[in-house]
Design a protein around this ligand. Sequence first.
Ligand code: ADP
Ligand code: MG
Length: 260
Amino acid sequence: MKILAITNQKGGVGKTTTSVNLAACLATLGQRVLLIDLDPQGNATTGCGIFKKEALPSVYQILLGAATLEQATIKTEFGFDVIPANRELAGAEVELIDVGQRERRLKEALDGQAYDFVLIDCPPALNLLTVNALAAAQAVMIPMQCEYYALEGLTDLVTTLRKVRANLNPALEIEGLLRTMYNSQSTLNQQVSAELESHFSGKVYRTVIPRNVRLAEAPSYGKPVIAFDKTSKGALSYLALAEEMLERIGGAPRQQEVAA
Ligand code: ADP
Ligand code: MG
């Protein structure tokens, strides 16, 4: 089971769009996928066609120990499962203050699950919710726009990852950096992209997600783009990303066999 935190403390970089669409594309490729919405805004929940106000229990009850993962799991028509979130989750930070092991609540809840992929859609902050995701995950996927301040934000995130490794989760890795809302005509996008590749060589996904209006429209229909317009550039690029991920993961054991 691969647990990935989809994170970037910046808002509006495509975390939720990536979480929902990657979940749908991995499921289309035959993977068993659980998507966990860990943002009080509940956009990933809504984006899967779930009414967030009626979603009970949600990830909030799981974190507080008032529900099990199974009790909160919703099966979607898109072939993957969702743990929903809503406004209630905003209170979790304060309510967990007196709770022991409060950074490991999500990790404990995921114990013994049998999915191929667990994708955690993080809030746009480096708070206790995000720390719960980073403690539970084996690796982080970082969606980012190739804009002027992107690299600066990345430095903060890398510092946080270092602290989490030192204190909570020594094995936490960077799974990959994903360029989102990319415009290949933009000189700035090209420059930042080139810098990214030189700083994080081998970690930047070959697949790039272009700016595509269908990706922005799909959530208002409560659907991943692949179920909304499967021939759109947005759908094809997230499918390519899912394939690239499986290729990377599939490649690792074979290399080990050769080494042995
Ligand atoms: P985050 O979760 O990081 O805050 P979102 O995934 O919610 O970011 O994306 C922010 C906004 O940009 C949303 O309105 C979303 O629909 C839109 N968006 C995200 N990715 C794309 C894309 N590749 N093309 C066009 N619009 C996008
Ligand atoms: Mg979001």
